[in-house]
Design a protein around this ligand. Sequence first.
Ligand SMILES: C[S@@+](CC[C@H](N)C(=O)[O-])C[C@H]1O[C@@H](n2cnc3c(N)ncnc32)[C@H](O)[C@@H]1O
Length: 234
Amino acid sequence: MLNSKKYYNIIARDYDLLSRERMNYLNVIDNIIISDNKNKKIKNYLDIGSGDGRRSLKIINSLEPLNSTLVDDSQKMLEQIKSKPNLTVLNNSFFEIETEVKFELMTCLWNVIGHIDTNSQRKQFFQIVDKLLDSNGVFYLDVNNRYNISHYGYSNVMKNLEMDVLYPSESNGEFYIGEGDKKTKVYIHNPFDLGKYVNDLNLEIEKTWFINYKTGEIKETFFEGQLLCKIIKK
Ligand SMILES: C[S@@+](CC[C@H](N)C(=O)[O-])C[C@H]1O[C@@H](n2cnc3c(N)ncnc32)[C@H](O)[C@@H]1O
């Protein structure tokens, strides 16, 4: 079993192909973020777990923030980013971000926080977000959703629900991605987990979208999609 950093260093060259398989889903999220923030003056933008930077650069080119920072702990993923004025690329874990800058726009896209190991570290992640987000700032993140019947199927979701009701445990969200010797652990959230991380902080979930993982259609219920959350200061 590989840790996230090793896993992404190994698959970095094929990452573009993997992204293409989910392009409808990824594009809809990029479009929501871009249309939500059009005409806003953004001084500082931060993309957490930027990977190859393809989506960060799309957002940067559309919204033209004055300064942008991308952070990812996989060197091989970051090597694919072409340098650009006013762009800082940091090769470290998001747990190690050290800055006094406050960000008006922050993103963390495609189940990046699924690579965090424990609930207490997930809470620590949101404390960092709380510290970095400007008082008028907005933070978007999407996570995979273990109650998504449209993607994982009825019987798997019923099992997930049963586990959460009868045997609530942090390990209920632990799954694996990859094949053969290229495998890593991921956490797949349920729709109620995220609220628990932010409740004690100065953050609130302003809106959640349910997005079909295949077509990118925006759906009505959490049984029909992955979760995109827009988080602001209380
Ligand atoms: C599924 S990829 C998403 C990449 C990009 N956001 C996108 O949408 O294409 C997850 C990314 O999170 C990064 N990541 C995982 N844990 C991290 C950590 N602790 N610090 C920084 N980056 C991390 C991985 O290296 C990988 O590039």
